[in-house]
Write a protein that binds this ligand. Structure first.
Ligand code: PLP
Length: 337
């Protein structure tokens, strides 16, 4: 049995999801004529009580489109230094939007309203114009840490007071909401745009959604087309998204419970010095006395896969193909490392 915990993107569509995909009515989405894509976009917008949404091939595309919408050439984005939009999107803020970034520090990948306020550039000829703040929830590099709504509201207020837009990289937002019990609509109310990944914990083969105002999503559709993301009979993929929103959200709590057990197991190992607080489906362990590559090789010998996540860190992510059977196997094998 191979236990793949490299990411929650490694899942295969469930039988129910495949049935939904094959049964989907489709049309040409570039003409706006795919009924299943339209249904997914309407469903998501309604869920978050936002005006509109756009189905895209990836979360990188939805984030990068949002950044394009909310910046101009030579303006600046404020985000945490561990943000996916900065670290893992190939410098897209620079190359797609010709914008600058101001990186903030903060525990577990999170930033505060006070920090944001202090990071806004003055209206000065020397400085790039700050136009956007980007948050991430859950925070991948923070070990799946969560922002609460109460932490976000003061940041929204600073943005309003300073004419800034607020974007959320919510690749794993549903993981956060399942854990906090907060509503999708309450989060929709705080942001100009939200990016949601269907291809992570929700278990779809492909796809992300960008949520925003009608005007922003209209512009986003144009950017998506120019960047080569206009898909044709994409309803087969959108059907997986509809199925996931109906069937795979509540079950994320199971991934979180298994992640907690996994974290406890890792802490029993003599060469694991720390496990970041396990709040959702991400487990980051700090190693002491063994290098990540060596640790990953030992795991691979037991058919367990994880990823290096820094010079002394490894990451494990639980998902819908990691069930109790796999968890038991993991626990057994880890004690034999
Ligand atoms: C996965 C991920 C994305 C988007 O990644 P794609 O692989 O392009 O879909 C964005 N933000 C975070 C935090 C992610 O984990």
């Amino acid at each position: 049995m191979i236990i793949d915990l490299r990411s929650d993107t490694v899942t295969r569509p469930t039988d129910g999801m495949k049935e939904a995909m094959f049964a989907a009515p489709v049309g040409d989405d570039v003409f706006g004529e795919d009924p299943t894509v339209n249904a997914l976009e309407e469903k998501a917008a309604k869920l978050f009580d936002m005006e509109a949404s756009l189905f895209c091939p990836s979360g990188t595309m939805t984030n990068q489109i949002a950044i394009r919408l909310h910046t101009r050439i030579q303006s600046e984005v404020i985000c945490h230094k561990y943000s996916h939009v900065y670290l893992y999107e190939g410098g897209g803020i620079m190359s797609n939007s010709l914008a600058s970034v101001k990186l903030l520090e903060g525990d577990l990948g999170k930033i505060s309203a006070e920090q944001v306020k202090a990071a806004i550039n003055p209206d000065d000829v020397h400085a790039p114009e700050t136009t956007l703040v980007s948050l991430e929830n859950t925070m991948n590099k923070g070990g799946g840490s969560i922002y609460t709504l109460e932490e976000v509201k003061p940041i929204r207020q600073i943005c309003d007071e300073n004419g800034l837009k607020l974007h959320l990289d919510g690749a794993r937002l549903f993981n956060a909401l399942v854990e906090s019990g907060e509503s999708t609509a309450s989060w929709g109310a705080q942001f100009d745009t939200i990016s949601i990944c269907l291809s992570k914990g929700l278990g779809c083969p492909v796809g992300s959604l960008l949520l925003g105002t009608k005007a922003d999503i209209k512009r986003a559709r144009k950017v998506r087309k120019v960047w080569g993301g206009g898909m044709r009979q994409a309803g087969f993929l959108a059907a997986a998204g509809i199925y996931a929103l109906d069937n795979h959200v509540e079950r994320l709590a199971d991934d979180h419970a298994r992640a907690r057990v996994l974290g406890e197991m890792l802490l029993k190992l003599p060469f694991v010095s720390e496990v970041f607080p396990v709040v959702t489906n991400i487990v980051i362990a700090r190693l002491d006395g063994i290098l990540p590559d060596e640790f990953l090789r030992k795991l691979a010998e037991k058919d367990i896969k994880a990823v290096k996540f820094g010079s002394d860190l490894v990451r494990f992510v639980t998902h819908l193909d990691f069930e109790d059977e796999q968890l038991e196997e993991f626990c057994e094998q880890v004690l034999n490392l």
